[in-house]
Design a protein around this ligand. Structure first.
Ligand SMILES: NC(=O)c1ccc[n+]([C@@H]2O[C@H](COP(=O)([O-])OP(=O)(O)OC[C@H]3O[C@@H](n4cnc5c(N)ncnc54)[C@H](OP(=O)(O)O)[C@@H]3O)[C@@H](O)[C@H]2O)c1
Length: 335
């Protein structure tokens, strides 16, 4: 079977997770990694690659994008840089895995969708690894089975105190892609959309911003067209929380650690029909490996992802954009 040669754009920290995941896939080989900073690509390759001598370092993104032997490109750049680079890669007929958030606006995601269609229907996917974890399958089965009844409300929480080494994330405004909202907000909001299903009518959110106009904490509410609600709370100031809780009319379920590292325990607790709480230990899964396996399967079988479709990416961007506007204007915003 064909080998997928990968290029990576950016010596980002998340390569610690994704570079080994790509290398763990039996049909994949990372052949190039580029960073605009002197020596950063070499350092990243030596830190995270299992086969450093096989990965060429570059300082030129175009060298990767135009490389005739590269089939797929992973984009872990700063959020506001994703669209321009993705469009360029797609125009060179590369399959593209884009870190979340795919882009900062619905219009940008639509332009990426159109570009993919216009260029041999290359596979493009937003990197929400958590949907590939076995615990997420378990939770979706609980919902589909009707054990929780009709899901009426979900609450998601993601927080950790931001470390000084990461202050560059909060020293630029939300408008320029800075702050907690663009960084960890996509997870909290995407999860609500996945669990609740249906269409969002309007959103309302409020943020506490720092002197750079980057949000340190944001809370918000999503109202669905059938009047069900979901809420999220994200923060760079609170202790670590990486969880969500679902409330149906027959039961409730809590996922204790969701946007997690591969070695974290996967615990799900639920209470059905007013009975005792049951806590299940779900087998651990490396969701980064599973994400890459799924993306590669889509490439090899020439199909769009059914788990993270471009339609989902457009709706996700529309929701994020509406929440951002609500924060700016202190009012409900239609999606
Ligand atoms: N899926 C996940 O679990 C996960 C986790 C974290 C982040 N993310 C997403 O992945 C993307 C990258 O996040 P990240 O936290 O890994 O990013 P990061 O380390 O801040 O790097 C982002 C980009 O900024 C540049 N950069 C890195 N360190 C820098 C420094 N010290 N000074 C100046 N520039 C620097 C790099 O480009 P150059 O090398 O070209 O300079 C890099 O590609 C984002 O879209 C984020 O939302 C996903």
């Amino acid at each position: 079977m064909k080998t997928i040669n990968w290029g990576i754009l950016g010596a980002a920290r998340v390569n610690q997770r994704l570079l080994p995941a790509i290398e763990n896939n039996p049909h994949s080989k990372v052949i190039m990694l580029a960073s605009r900073r002197d020596g950063a690509a070499e350092e990243c390759i030596h830190q995270y690659s299992k086969y450093p001598s096989e990965v060429k370092a570059s300082q030129d993104f175009d060298e990767v994008i135009q490389h005739p032997d590269i089939h797929a490109i992973y984009i872990p750049l700063a959020n506001e840089e994703h669209t321009e680079v993705a469009l360029k890669a797609i125009q060179h007929k590369k399959h593209v895995l884009i870190e979340k958030p795919m882009a900062l606006t619905k219009k940008e995601v639509e332009s990426i969708t159109q570009a993919a269609k216009d260029n041999n229907h290359v596979v493009v996917m937003e990197g929400f690894m958590y949907v590939f974890h076995p615990q997420f399958d378990f939770i979706q089965q609980m919902i589909v089975s009707g054990k929780l009844g009709q899901v009426q409300y979900t609450h998601s929480m993601f927080s950790f105190p931001i470390q000084p080494a990461r202050y560059y994330r909060i020293n630029r405004s939300m408008q320029d892609g800075g702050g907690a909202f663009w960084d960890i907000g996509p997870y909290a909001i995407h999860t609500l959309r996945q669990i609740m299903g249906g269409h969002i009518k309007q959103v309302n959110a409020s943020a506490k911003v720092n002197t750079h106009q980057a949000d340190m904490s944001t809370s918000g509410i999503l109202e669905f067209t059938d009047h069900r609600r979901a809420t999220f709370d994200i923060s760079f100031e609170c202790v670590r929380r990486s969880e969500f809780e679902i409330f149906g009319d027959k039961g409730r379920l809590k996922c204790h650690t969701v946007w997690q590292h591969e070695d974290d325990e996967a615990l799900v607790s639920y209470e059905l029909d007013g009975g005792k709480t049951t806590t299940e230990k779900i087998p651990k899964g490396n969701h980064f490996d599973l994400e890459i396996d799924h993306f590669v399967d889509c490439i090899l079988n020439n199909k769009e992802s059914d788990k993270l479709s471009m339609g989902d990416a457009v709706q996700q961007a529309a929701t994020m954009e509406a929440v951002y506007q609500s924060i700016q204007n202190s009012q409900w915003v239609s999606v």
